[in-house]
Design a protein around this ligand. Structure first.
Ligand SMILES: Cc1cc2nc3c(=O)[nH]c(=O)nc-3n(C[C@H](O)[C@H](O)[C@H](O)COP(=O)(O)O)c2cc1C
Length: 261
């Protein structure tokens, strides 16, 4: 593919990053990486042109694109720039996240050429989407990248390709409002600061790692999954209720990736 490849992804617990990188491996060649997981990497906008190909990957939060990414995405501009949209969800559903991602970027000068929905372990619990993306998912993502490369090897194919259609509804499903919920920190905390360093919202104080700003926490569970001594956990009744419902309905079924090409 004679395009300069760039990847943009948000990935608090690593699932989206794995999928986007496998697709990239399937396309092959060099690429520029914009990992926008940390707030510092969402400060400056990015501009692309028609010689670029951009893969954009986000996790699905409540069936939508995470709301705190929308302001940053307004500053990612294309100019007839081909793009691949990827939504990664926790084995429940991706609802309207993929169509919202596509609409957001197409409004900004990108031309959608392909899109996909993939599955990762659910942030709330190891029991839903357990160990995903697994090797089958990653092979499928790589093959999807190879298919994109073959289909769009020639730039004319991009111009001639019919408008991309993905699954999802307009209007998008209402964003869910949740009470402020933040993880608790047990006495096992060793003050290593890994949680604060990796918090995608900067919600954990850099001076007191036990202090979490609940209004700013998005319950991505990065701190819980990265803590080396399992000192962080969420005990809020709303969170527990949602998690129990997820386990009841989605722990024993396996959704498979979907492709729009
Ligand atoms: C606030 C929040 C809302 C979520 N909503 C959904 C959802 O609607 N459907 C779903 O299947 N997974 C949902 N998930 C799970 C994530 O989409 C899934 O774990 C994701 O792939 C994690 O990506 P990452 O590992 O790149 O951070 C949600 C996770 C969080 C934190």
């Amino acid at each position: 593919m004679r395009k300069q490849l760039s990847i943009i992804f948000f990935s608090a617990t690593g699932g989206t990053a794995k999928i986007v990188k496998s697709i990239t491996a399937g396309i092959g060649g060099n690429y520029e990486e914009y990992n926008i997981t940390l707030p510092a990497n969402r400060e400056k906008g990015i501009t692309f042109d028609a010689s670029d190909l951009v893969i954009i990957g986000v996790p699905v939060y409540a069936g939508r694109v995470p709301d705190f990414l929308i302001d940053f995405f307004a500053n990612v501009k294309g100019n007839h720039t081909p793009a691949v949209f990827i939504a990664v969800y926790g084995n429940r559903d991706y609802d309207d996240a993929l169509i919202e991602l596509k609409d957001t970027f197409e409004r900004n000068g990108f031309i959608g050429i392909a899109a996909g929905a993939f599955i990762a372990e659910h942030s709330n619990t190891l029991k839903v989407g357990t160990n995903r993306p697994d090797s089958k998912d990653l092979d499928a993502a790589k093959q999807f990248g190879a298919d994109i490369k073959i289909k769009f090897e020639d730039s004319d194919a991009i111009l001639q390709s019919p408008k991309l259609i993905v699954k999802g509804n307009i209007p998008y499903k209402e964003r869910m409002s949740a009470p402020p919920i933040a993880p608790d920190t047990s006495g096992d905390c060793i003050n290593c600061g890994i949680c604060a360093k990796h918090c995608p919202k900067g919600a954990i104080s850099l001076y007191n790692f036990k202090e979490v700003e609940a209004a700013n926490c998005v319950r991505c569970c990065s701190c819980i999954k990265k803590c080396p001594v399992q000192a962080k956990s969420i005990h809020h009744e709303v969170f527990n209720k949602i998690t129990r419902a997820l386990i009841d309905s989605f722990s024993t079924i396996r959704h498979e990736p979907e492709y729009f090409l």
